[in-house]
Design a protein around this ligand. Structure first.
Ligand SMILES: C[S@@+](CC[C@H](N)C(=O)[O-])C[C@H]1O[C@@H](n2cnc3c(N)ncnc32)[C@H](O)[C@@H]1O
Length: 193
């Protein structure tokens, strides 16, 4: 199946992605060099994560990990049902073997992530408050491979908090080597080498 066929197949999963964003995520996943890892933080019922899983089908090993508290996080909107839905959808479209899940808070997952497993694409779509986004970005930064892409969802629609977080990140010396290279739909940062 091509990208648009995957969007159609996964559309019933629901979520807030527009097709343009889904296509970009698919393409960015395909472009991530092997053997780097691909991580999504905030998967809910799985639309974006499964788009990434579909895009990784031609990779030798998918090395895709979906991180979500799925109910563990006290202020989260989701619960275990969404994980069950995600796994059911994955099974029904044959993507169940293309990813692993970490059911824990983002910062906890980053803390136990193996330092040698460098990440080439990190997609964050979790808690959209300024504080949480800053914590997530800080927690995962050390796992990013040189030249990695950091992609944030929902930056430009309803979330002033995310704009504040992005401004804060840009002002920090440890992010001086990073530039925003894409702002339509998804906000993509790339480390300049
Ligand atoms: C906007 S939804 C993700 C939507 C998903 N990307 C999609 O395609 O439908 C946000 C998800 O982030 C999760 N979440 C929020 N804060 C989190 C945190 N600190 N750690 C892990 N997951 C978190 C919630 O449980 C929820 O499932």
């Amino acid at each position: 199946m091509n990208c648009d066929e995957w969007i159609q197949a996964l559309w019933p999963v629901g979520g807030s992605y527009i097709p343009y964003e889904a296509r970009r995520l698919y393409r960015l996943t395909q472009e991530t060099p092997e053997p780097l890892w691909i991580v999504e933080v905030g998967s809910y019922a799985g639309f974006s994560g499964l788009m990434m899983a579909a895009a990784s089908l031609e990779r030798e090993s998918s090395r895709l990990v979906l991180v979500d508290s799925w109910g563990v996080y006290p202020h989260g909107s989701s619960d275990l049902d969404h994980l069950v839905r995600l796994l059911g959808h994955a099974q029904s479209v044959g993507l169940h073997s293309r990813f692993s899940t970490m059911r824990m808070k983002s910062t906890e997952a980053a803390a136990v992530w193996p330092p040698e497993a460098k990440i080439g694409l990190l997609h964050i779509d979790a808690d959209h408050t300024q504080k949480a986004l800053l914590e997530d970005v800080e927690a995962w930064q050390r796992h990013l491979a040189p030249g990695a892409a950091l992609v944030l969802h929902d930056c430009y629609y309803f979330y002033d908090d995310m704009d504040l977080a992005v401004t804060e990140i840009r002002s920090r010396p440890e992010w001086s080597g990073w530039e925003i290279v894409e702002t339509q739909g998804l906000l993509r940062w790339k480390e300049t080498l």
